[in-house]
Each structure stands twice: as structure tokens, then as C-alpha cells.
Design a protein around this ligand. Structure first.
Ligand SMILES: C[S@@+](CC[C@H](N)C(=O)[O-])C[C@H]1O[C@@H](n2cnc3c(N)ncnc32)[C@H](O)[C@@H]1O
Length: 278
């Protein structure tokens, strides 16, 4: 994977089902995993304001029944833990719909150490449509690590203080576990619309604080490819998995927009016959 002799990073995008593709990735081979899995928050038809075109999430890939959702989370998390190097970091983002199940699974079933929960505060979050709840303006990130007696997690403390700052976190002070980052700006969405595209700033913070240059970062639910783009910007190698054709095209266009000879990109289709993929 590493090609630092040429000063190039390598990026692999795999079109396929994460549950199947993860099984093809070697044991103990990944330095950092960032995962932004389905939340199971979608309503079949979504909710909308009468005077606005905004509709809440209603994506088929985000709808599971309760047992199916728990088993799905247990399966992909188990595969991720297997692929992670000892001492590697495992980040999972989510909302209250999924993050408590996920915390239970990584702590009690896979015995990982949870190092922090990060609260991502969105100062410009969407208003609440029903007016029957507080306005959700946060998402949660779990940062866990797969430690053993010889390998502990990596934390770039100096970089975290100097390079992570916002209205809550002054530059050159210890960084709090509350990060203020606005919703994904329009300029990051010029290659197409993904309903839950994360801001590059969120990925930058994760990647620079818990990995080193030329480390390999895996994202099993790549969506619009934010992790790959951030890896390109921050000189890490990456592997992304996504099963939706439309989103794969957004990833390709975003990566092409970044490619200037300084990276190597491989696209693969996994299991065309099994998945009916083209
Ligand atoms: C929450 S989104 C990820 C968004 C991403 N972090 C970004 O910034 O664009 C989850 C993604 O997982 C994909 N997905 C859902 N189930 C999948 C599966 N079994 N295999 C691969 N991808 C899957 C969905 O198509 C969706 O794009």
C-alpha cells in the first residue's frame, strides 16, 4: 500500500457490500478506521416543511428493523476490529439512533478501549420540523483503540493543540471533546448530493490527531468519499468501500478534482455476479 519512495499516497475505492468486502482485507493491516455507518433514522417518506423543499432522511440504505440493525452493526464492527492493527484507532460517527448500540458492541462484545466521545456541535443545524423536540444540533464520535500489552493508541498531542481550533477550542490549548464545525459547506458538494456528507474539517481533525503520514485509513461506508479526499489532503493512504453506484460516481469526481499526479488511485468492483454490480 505504501508508496512513499515516490512521495505518492495510494487510494483504493471498492464498489461493493461492506459486509463482503471487509472480509477480503487482511488481519491487523489498517492503522485507522473512520466509519460513518447507516444510522437507522430514516422515515419511509421523510418529513418536510410545507414551505420548503428540505425533506428529512428517507434513504432505503438507512432503514432496518431492530434486530437486523443490531446484527448488521455487530458484523461490520467485528470485521473492522479484525483488520485493525494493534494500537490502531477506530472512529465511529453517529447519532442517538445508533451510537449507544455501537458503544455497547465495541466495548462489551469486542472489548476495545473507548478513549473519548467527541461531540460535534453544528452551529447552523437544521431546525426541528415537528416542533415537538429540542433541535438536534450534535453528532457523536466514538474514538476507540485496539490495544495490547505492547501497542497503545496513537495521539498526536502537539498537532491536536496547534492545528485544531474553533470558537470552543482556542489555538495552542488542549483540545476539548466538543468540536464546533458547521454543516458541510456547498463548496464541498459541487460533485453531487449525498444526504449525509461529512465536512472535510471533521475528517481532517480525526486523521491528523490519530494517524501519521503514509498510514492507511479505512472507511467501510465511504458515501461521497470525504475520508479519501481528506487522506489525499493530509498525505495518508486510504481504502473506501461503498455499494451505491450514484455515490461511487461522486467519489470518482471528487478524487479526480484532487488528482494532480501526486496520488495513485485504484477503483475496483467487488463481486459483480453476487451483487449485480456493473
Ligand atoms: C452515513 S453515509 C456515509 C457518508 C460519508 N461519511 C460522507 O462523508 O459522504 C453511509 C453510506 O454507507 C453506504 N452503505 C450502506 N450500507 C452499505 C453496505 N452494506 N456496504 C457498503 N456501503 C453501504 C450508503 O450508501 C451511504 O453512502
Amino acid at each position: 500500500m505504501i508508496n512513499d519512495a515516490l512521495n505518492k499516497t495510494v487510494h483504493k475505492i471498492i464498489h461493493g457490500d461492506a459486509l463482503k468486502v471487509l472480509k477480503t482485507i487482511g488481519d491487523n493491516s489498517i492503522d485507522l478506521i473512520f466509519s460513518d455507518p447507516p444510522y437507522n433514522m430514516s422515515k419511509t417518506n421523510g418529513l418536510k416543511w410545507s414551505y420548503s423543499s428540505h425533506v428529512t432522511m428517507h434513504e432505503p440504505w438507512d432503514i432496518f428493523d431492530k434486530d437486523e440493525f443490531f446484527n448488521f452493526n455487530r458484523e461490520w464492527i467485528g470485521e473492522c476490529v479484525r483488520t485493525l492493527k494493534p494500537g490502531g484507532s477506530f472512529w465511529i460517527s453517529g447519532t442517538f439512533h445508533n451510537i449507544f448500540d455501537i458503544g455497547f458492541i465495541i466495548k462489551n462484545i469486542f472489548n476495545l478501549k473507548i478513549n473519548n466521545t467527541i461531540v460535534w456541535y453544528k452551529p447552523n443545524a437544521q431546525p426541528n420540523i415537528t416542533c415537538r423536540f429540542f433541535t438536534e444540533s450534535t453528532e457523536y464520535l466514538l474514538w476507540a483503540s485496539k490495544n495490547d500489552s505492547k501497542h497503545k493508541w496513537k495521539f498526536n498531542y502537539g498537532i491536536s493543540k496547534s492545528d485544531i481550533y474553533d470558537n470552543i477550542n482556542p489555538k495552542n490549548k488542549q483540545t476539548r471533546n466538543v468540536w464546533e464545525i458547521p454543516l458541510t459547506p456547498k463548496k464541498e458538494k459541487i460533485y453531487g448530493n449525498h444526504p449525509s456528507q461529512k465536512p472535510l474539517e471533521l475528517l481532517r481533525r480525526i486523521i491528523i490527531s490519530t494517524s501519521d503520514e503514509y498510514d492507511t485509513v479505512l472507511d467501510p461506508f465511504a458515501g461521497s468519499g470525504t475520508t479519501a479526499v481528506s487522506c489525499i489532503e493530509n498525505n495518508r493512504n486510504s481504502i473506501g468501500i461503498e455499494n451505491n453506484d450514484e455515490y461511487i460516481n461522486i467519489i470518482k469526481n471528487r478524487i479526480n478534482g484532487k488528482a494532480n499526479g501526486s496520488i495513485i488511485v485504484n477503483y475496483e468492483n467487488y463481486g459483480d455476479e453476487q451483487n449485480g454490480l456493473q
